[in-house]
Write a protein that binds this ligand. Sequence first.
Ligand SMILES: Cc1cc2nc3c(=O)[nH]c(=O)nc-3n(C[C@H](O)[C@H](O)[C@H](O)COP(=O)(O)OP(=O)(O)OC[C@H]3O[C@@H](n4cnc5c(N)ncnc54)[C@H](O)[C@@H]3O)c2cc1C
Length: 419
Amino acid sequence: MSSSSQPETAIVVGSGIIGIACAHYLSKAGLQVTVIDRNSLAGACSHGNCGYICPSHVLPLTEPGAFRTALKSLFTPHAPFRVKPRFSPPLWNWMWQFARRCNHRQMLASGKHLKTILDSSMTEYRRLIVDEQLDCEWKEQGLLYVLQTEKGMHEFSQTDQILSDHFGVKAQCINGADLPAFDPALKQDLAGAFHYPEDASVRPDLLNSQWVARLKQNGVKFIENCELQGLSKSAGRITQLKTSCGVMDAHRFVFATGAWSPQISAELDCRIPIQPGKGYSITMQRPTPCPQYPMLFPEHKVGVSPFQNGYRLGSMMEFSGYDTSIPEHRIAQLRKSAEPYLIAPSTENAQETWFGWRPMTWDSLPIIGRTPRLMNAYLATGHNMLGMSLATATGKLIAELIQGKPTHIDANPFSPTRF
Ligand SMILES: Cc1cc2nc3c(=O)[nH]c(=O)nc-3n(C[C@H](O)[C@H](O)[C@H](O)COP(=O)(O)OP(=O)(O)OC[C@H]3O[C@@H](n4cnc5c(N)ncnc54)[C@H](O)[C@@H]3O)c2cc1C
């Protein structure tokens, strides 16, 4: 910490859920915090996602068979998990590293690390929502994984067994015949479901805006439309940020730049192997009947998020670079994917169609910690499909590392030095 009477200062680059969480914990630790974003606040991947805070998602993307699915998708444009064929050495290197990790042993090893940070995040969220009185549709109803076919039920029961045996994540198994009583929005003829009662959900845009408002009240400064363009460095430290709003200095710098993080890798003199994993969502008026539970349909890879004043379907994982299009066929596919499961799968008019780039690492673990060559530069990125779920523990870890305190969980598996 600063030796003078002036408080230590920190700049957080990126105002997604991860930047917001870092600002929160740094501010609580007594630092004077400024958050900058090149666009509007929390307007990127943290805006239109499904909003699950899900400790049940311990199993990483690097599971046996995932690479085969990726390869097949080269030739199936409508696959929910899709690698678009294109010449991109960073993408093919990423895929090679990803492929090497798609085995049972690595899946369990990564899952162990994810479980620790997921559990810590959940504990922190429970405290945060109450302490800061965030009115963001926080619900602890659990998450329902619904299976259409007996084959799907059989395959998912193997996943459930791994979750239970290796991670102590327990579900209630529900017969298809009992599903309409569990959630009357579900159809009659489904094979069954698994309910993970420990999961929670939020409306992501509300969480972001409420949390930002609270932080502003507590003295955190947010600057929109302010792009990081370069760094000034001296003696192994960042001295200034060059931004579209002028130069800025601080004692510490946190880079929470999501899927864009590789673009600052050279400046930070640090490998940041992230690929954008594009997903889509459509937000509509609530159908009748509207699901009561947040749900996932693993066979169609689609998520359903009922909100107080809306209803969202979200899905897909496309490795197609920084492509900003929202093809109509993808949105139509989202609507169609919910049809086998729900009595009223969608409503006519969309309130919003959206895409977001998930920051995907090849080992499915986030990148949290100090960069190897710059003493006052920290990365908080690479949260894959779990940025909402992992935000609080990430912010807490960053604040602990910056203060030089012992960390509440082992930070080594997430270190930027592992690449
Ligand atoms: C369809 C879909 C559903 C999902 N559902 C869930 C879910 O249910 N639960 C869950 O846990 N996760 C979910 N996710 C994943 C989650 O949304 C992401 O992991 C998370 O939003 C990443 O947050 P972030 O803050 O790292 O990135 P972002 O929210 O993308 O924020 C990064 C910010 O950095 C800014 N930035 C970048 N470069 C610069 C620069 N040079 N200068 C200034 N600013 C810069 C950007 O403008 C952006 O605002 C989902 C994702 C998708 C696509």
